[in-house]
Design a protein around this ligand. Structure first.
Ligand code: FMN
Length: 314
């Protein structure tokens, strides 16, 4: 387990919603418990724990890949408990994976401009459905309108933004201006509009922001939707739900596969965060239970490299 500790900086390259980096690794004898810090959950924007589960799964997959590439024989055993998803433990052989530490280091979410072009059909994806970007432009606009008009969601998002160079957590976690692909002027405008949010909300700020988001999908590209098993609300049975980190593991493998082929993803969770747009999307995909839509992201080739986010080092 000592060698596991040395690999932690690469484990911590896993993605998480709002870059909250919610994971905890607690060493006990020959095992390490994978858990999460409730102070890093998003109770307002992720009330069912969907994104938390995905982030935990992505972290587990990341740990297994990094260990395998470093020559360690490590496996994951789901064993949900209070604030715990399961354990990393020694195994007979290495975790079998196509990916390496270099792949984990190279992956990054990209929110900049994308070249037009569809994802080739032959790119193999696990549990993901593809849709043309333009088919979702109306849903994104509606979801953004709802989200940016919601005071509590905006307050929670704001607490994870790191828009000034003086922010004390700038290098640790959250979303900075570079990772958000904002110019200096845009970062300033965002800060000002968030500071003045209550007033601007009444003056129609949500409509302006939602108008901008429409353009995001108004081009010839693809959106990917991860479809998985349904879950009950986290509040009802948090421990049981956390057992299922499999979709997050698949999400991580998909992102790594795409990244290795030169593609980047830009998650657009708001489309499934809001019940009405989630229902319409499920309808368009012919999916019977809207709760099984777990993740939405546009995918493509960036016109300029993406900036990595702040990454808390253990
Ligand atoms: C489950 C999940 C949901 C996410 N949802 C969004 C989203 O709605 N919008 C967004 O811009 N990024 C989203 N992200 C991307 C994270 O912000 C990103 O992973 C994090 O900032 C770390 O950056 P990295 O992926 O480049 O390492 C999501 C990531 C995960 C794992």
């Amino acid at each position: 387990m000592k060698r596991l500790r040395d690999l932690e900086p690469d484990f911590w390259r896993a993605p998480s919603a709002h870059n909250t980096r919610p994971w905890t690794l607690t060493y006990a004898g020959e095992e390490a418990a994978v858990g999460w810090d409730p102070a890093r959950a998003l109770p307002i924007s992720d009330p069912t724990g969907r994104d938390l589960r995905l982030s935990l799964g992505a972290f587990v997959e990341c740990c297994l890949i990094v260990c395998a590439d470093a020559g360690l024989h490590i496996a994951f055993r789901p064993d949900p408990g209070p604030l715990r998803a399961g354990f990393l433990h020694e195994a007979e052989g290495p975790y079998e994976t196509d990916f390496t530490i270099a792949d984990v280091r190279a992956r990054v979410a990209g929110r900049g401009e994308y070249h037009a072009g569809r994802l080739p059909e032959e790119v193999p994806l696990e549990g993901m459905r593809r849709l043309p970007c333009r088919d979702l432009a109306d849903l994104l606009r509606a979801a953004d309108l709802c989200q940016s008009g919601d005071r509590k969601v905006t307050r929670e998002l704001r607490s994870w933004l790191r828009l000034t160079r003086r922010h004390r957590r700038r290098f640790l976690d959250g979303l900075g201006d570079r990772a958000l692909a904002l110019t200096k002027a845009e970062a300033l405008a965002l800060r000002a509009s968030l500071a003045l949010y209550p007033a601007l909300r009444r003056l129609g700020l949500p409509r302006v922001l939602a108008g901008a988001s429409r353009e995001l999908l108004d081009y010839d590209g693809d959106v990917l939707v991860l479809v998985g098993p349904a879950h009950e609300d986290m509040a009802e049975d948090m421990a049981k739900d956390m057992a299922d980190v499999e979709p997050g593991r698949a999400l991580m493998r998909n992102w790594l596969r795409l990244s290795a082929l030169g593609y980047t993803t830009y998650p657009l969770s708001q489309i499934i965060d809001w019940e009405p747009t989630r229902r319409v999307l499920a309808d368009r995909l012919g999916v019977a239970d809207p709760r099984t839509l777990l993740h939405v992201a546009r995918v493509g080739r960036l016109t300029a490299p993406a900036a990595p986010p702040a990454r808390l080092r253990p």
